[in-house]
Design a protein around this ligand. Structure first.
Ligand SMILES: Cc1cc2nc3c(=O)[nH]c(=O)nc-3n(C[C@H](O)[C@H](O)[C@H](O)COP(=O)(O)OP(=O)(O)OC[C@H]3O[C@@H](n4cnc5c(N)ncnc54)[C@H](O)[C@@H]3O)c2cc1C
Length: 388
């Protein structure tokens, strides 16, 4: 079976590695000319670590990142709102890691000849004979199956579900990585009034941070003005926050609006399926986008192995296993994001007081549900048409 994967991000690479380990030879087509270590940090929650364990990459991820023992939610004046201890699940840890390190880790497990850079998908068509991808470099190829792992603004999704829309959460997110004295093993998120600041250790001496706000400086993005803006906006936050902003080089400051996609009712059409953000982009309010993408990537590979000669059944089983749980996560992320959009001080205080009443164990139950991996069991026989 001939499988093309569009996009060499976290979802595309994880799918490719998982399929390769199952004996397939998928080919990844990535628009970029080079896979540079872009981005800031990322939290690999226990579900992401479980996938890395299945792929034999867990120990390397632990070696390259920083285990996170707990996540604390606090007010911008440092008063605790809630502490979650469920950053571990069984013997799986959460790990803060540089996004580039994760990408390199996945790349190291993929034979180099299966990755094709400078291949921006322009068009995709499918018929009885196969699925044909046309790239910006004018190359054309036909395969049995095409997986769209081309992210939030997926061209593949646009082709098979053109009616789907992105949703703007109303928040801007800045990210950076700063070198600071060691010792931080907890992730912290501070909530203010219309603002938020997250702190995630990614190595002994590095912290990845993110800040969100419902406003931003006018005009085109200029990092040096945005840094000054953030230093003013977060001047009343704890010293750790002010130090991190101060220690972040201007050229490392990233800015993105927080956008997701309207949850899709289905993820495949005939020979084409979506994986990762292309299928289920979510706002990063539970730090789950990459983790859920990796779980979907691993699941779809297992479904291929389970139904090797029936594409429809493999896709259908993948969707049955993943669609509903992922939609719940998308919904929770959206709701949390909207709660942090509030700008009325007394409402924000009431929100924080109410959240602080939620017992830690209740929050932990929710997290465990989010971290759960699907149980891959054969479904009842149905739709046995072989499509190859
Ligand atoms: C601010 C922020 C913080 C986040 N923090 C976390 C976190 O802590 N934990 C977590 O689990 N997740 C987090 N996420 C989410 C996570 O980054 C994404 O969910 C994840 O990167 C999705 O991976 P992907 O491979 O599906 O998409 P992407 O990473 O977007 O990769 C898509 C790839 O496809 C390529 N591509 C695009 N179009 C084409 C085309 N036409 N042809 C060929 N190639 C194409 C792109 O160049 C790219 O390489 C965060 C997201 C944001 C915005």
């Amino acid at each position: 079976m001939n499988i093309s994967i569009i996009g060499g991000g976290i979802a595309g690479l994880t799918t490719a590695v998982a399929l390769t380990q199952l004996g397939y030879t998928p080919h990844v087509y990535e628009a970029a000319n080079e896979l540079k270590p872009l981005g800031a940090g990322i939290i690999l929650s226990p579900n992401a670590m479980a996938v890395l364990r299945h792929l034999g990459l867990e120990q390397e991820a632990l070696a390259q990142g920083q285990p996170i023992k707990a996540l604390q939610l606090a007010q911008s004046n440092n008063e605790r709102i809630m502490q979650s201890t469920a950053m571990q699940l069984g013997n799986l840890s959460s790990v803060g890691i540089h996004r580039g390190a994760l990408q390199n880790l996945l790349l190291s497990a993929l034979p180099a000849e299966q990755l094709h850079l400078s291949h921006r998908l322009k068009q995709v068509t499918q018929d009885q004979a196969g699925v044909t991808a046309t790239f910006g470099n004018r190359e054309q190829l036909t395969s049995d199956i095409l997986l769209g792992a081309d992210g939030l603004r997926s061209a593949v999704r646009q082709t098979i579900f053109p009616e789907n829309k992105t949703r703007d959460s109303g928040q801007i997110c800045w990210r950076g990585v700063a070198q600071i004295p060691a010792g931080q093993t907890e992730a912290i998120e501070y909530w203010g009034i219309g603002t938020r600041f997250g702190v995630v250790p990614i190595s002994e001496r590095e912290i990845y941070w993110y800040a969100t706000d419902v406003t931003e400086p006018e005009g085109v993005f200029e990092a040096k003005y945005h840094k000054i803006y953030l230093q003013n906006r977060f001047s009343s936050y704890p010293k750790l926050v002010r130090n991190l902003l101060q220690a972040t080089p201007v050229e490392k400051l990233l800015r993105h609006p927080l956008i997701d996609i309207e949850p899709l009712p289905e993820w495949y059409k005939n020979r084409i399926a979506l994986v990762g953000d292309a299928a289920h982009a979510m706002t990063p309010n539970l730090g789950q986008g990459a983790a859920q993408s990796m779980v979907s990537a691993w699941t779809i590979a297992q479904c291929f192995a389970q139904f090797p000669d029936n594409r429809a059944q493999a896709f259908n089983h993948f969707q049955q296993l993943r669609l509903k749980p992922v939609q719940q996560v998308i919904q929770q992320c959206w709701q949390i994001g909207q709660l942090t959009n509030w700008t009325t001080p007394w409402l924000c205080q009431t929100r924080n007081n109410l959240i602080s009443l939620v017992p830690t164990w209740v929050g932990n139950i929710g997290r465990r549900r989010t971290f759960a991996l699907p149980k891959i069991a054969p479904p009842p026989p149905q739709d046995r048409r072989s499509l190859f």
